[in-house]
Design a protein around this ligand. Structure first.
Ligand code: AMP
Ligand code: ZN
Length: 454
């Protein structure tokens, strides 16, 4: 069938063919390292890891270059360093903050079963490339220096807006542009800005300063993948202005019609039906979840939703994933992998249709070798069946028995036999199983979820 990917640039699913048949090149925007990564940040990491694994399977592991950058210079980083490292010289505080945050990120995403990308470039190690691109943009009439800043002049780029396809008014609102006296046009965005002595800064033709966020990715993609490459990915929130601006910079500097051929964006993740935010108290870090759940449970929960759809992250979803994985581990973890399920591969080749691939996995239960090979392609089965089974804190809890008791308890409650329902609850509690009653959001029917007390 061949690989098909949805391209945000054309708003269509397209047949994929690498620009250079000998090498597939993919760039994904990585984290800005100032705080623990949340479970939403894990989504692009997992989604593009599955694509990376699929590309390696289709084209050969040594032919795929996957670049995921680290944004280690940013005003949010500066502010956090000042707050968290009082008395430490700012440049040192920034280094400590970014290094410890990135070490934690690497650990988090490895625990979620992700392969390390081929290259993980740091923005601060690509300042020379950023300056080189900015100089080309100025020479070509696409950018201008003013008061220690360098700005990209949006009206100079006739193709601006090609990715986001929004009206000018929408773009102005979306970019939350500041009106600064040195700007020639409200849409113009910063390529370089001056730094105070306390802020990180590098010497440049425009004085000591630091880069804007967008130029960082243009520079790192250029250095590691060239002027044009195959796939550029990130979360849907990055389409505008970040990716639009990357395209404007790279295509104007290199006089190329495209930066990347395919632009892919994952949908957003929300938690228990609400937007994740610190003020709502439902901001979940990967690290916290990993205290309670195996990484493969989190990975499986992520892949049960197609990457372009929004995902509602729930405890119930994680419980279901754990039970499914228990089953898959018992069947396949100790089998010799061979003969990838054809349906699994076909589903993945269809714009990374992971929910369909998972449905196909269920159909492979009679074929442990194929189930094992297919799960491994998706980044699962990182341990033996025995080691997996020991992850349940109370390994003697029999999920089927618990489900049967819960069904009996729901029936008792429906019949208003509360003595019986309480007795069943106590029986489950004695097994270490805690119940949570709720309603199915889709049907309004009462449902009960459970977890093992840890
Ligand atoms: P940031 O560190 O905020 O730049 O985000 C790093 C990556 O995570 C980007 O690709 C974002 O699009 C993505 N991301 C951030 N929040 C979410 C979310 N709630 N759901 C899905 N992706 C997200
Ligand atoms: Zn980027």
């Amino acid at each position: 069938m061949g690989l098909k990917l949805y391209n945000t640039l054309t708003k269509a699913k397209e047949d994929f063919a690498p620009l250079d048949p000998a090498r597939v090149r993919m760039y994904v925007c990585g984290p800005t390292v100032y705080d623990y990564a949340h479970i939403g940040n894990a989504r692009p990491v997992i989604v593009f890891d599955v694509l990376y694994r699929l590309l390696r399977h289709l084209y050969g592991a040594d032919r795929v270059t996957y670049v995921r950058n680290i944004t280690d210079v940013d005003d949010k980083i500066n502010a956090r360093a000042v707050r968290d490292y009082p008395g430490v010289p700012p440049v040192e505080a920034i280094r400590e903050l970014t290094e410890s945050t990135y070490a934690q990120f690497q650990k988090d995403v490895a625990d979620l079963g992700n392969l390390a990308p081929t290259v993980t470039p740091r923005a601060t190690e690509h300042i020379a490339e950023m300056i080189a691109i900015i100089e080309r943009l100025i020479a070509g009439g696409f950018a201008y220096a003013a008061e220690g800043h360098v700005l990209f002049h949006v009206p100079a780029d006739a193709d601006y807006g090609k990715l986001a396809r929004r009206s000018l008014d929408d773009m102005i609102a979306g970019a939350r542009v500041d009106v600064a006296p040195y700007k020639r046009d409200a849409m113009d965005f910063v390529l370089w800005k001056p730094s105070t002595p306390d802020e990180p800064g590098w010497e440049s033709p425009w004085g000591r300063g630091r880069p804007g966020w967008h130029i960082e990715c243009s520079a790192m993609a250029w250095k590691h993948l060239g002027e044009t490459f195959d796939i550029h990915g990130g979360g849907i929130d990055l389409v505008f202005p970040h990716h639009e601006n990357e395209i404007a910079q790279s295509c104007s500097a290199f006089h190329t019609p495209i930066m990347a051929k395919v632009w892919m964006h994952n949908g957003f993740l929300q938690v228990e039906g609400e937007k994740m935010s610190k003020s709502l108290g439902n901001f979940v870090t990967i690290r916290e979840l990993l205290n309670d759940w195996p990484g493969e449970v989190l990975r499986f929960t992520m892949l049960r939703t197609h990457y372009r759809q929004p995902i509602d992250w729930t405890v119930r979803g994680m419980e279901e994933s754990w039970r499914t994985l228990d089953d898959f581990f018992a069947i396949a973890a100790d089998a010799e992998p061979s003969g990838l399920g054809a349906g699994v591969l076909e589903a993945l080749e269809d714009d990374l249709n992971t929910p369909r691939a998972i449905a196909e996995l269920h159909g492979l239960r009679q074929d442990p070798a194929a189930l094992s090979a297919s799960l491994q392609l998706l980044g699962f089965l990182g341990e033996s069946a025995q080691s997996w089974a020991s992850r349940r804190p109370a390994a003697d809890v029999d999920a089927a028995a618990v489900d049967a008791l819960i069904t009996a308890r729901l029936a008792a409650r429906k019949a208003k036999d509360f003595a019986a329902s309480d007795r069943i609850r106590d029986e489950l509690a004695a097994m270490g199983v805690l119940l949570k009653d709720g309603k199915d959001p889709a049907t309004g029917e009462p449902i009960t979820t459970w977890e093992v007390k840890r």
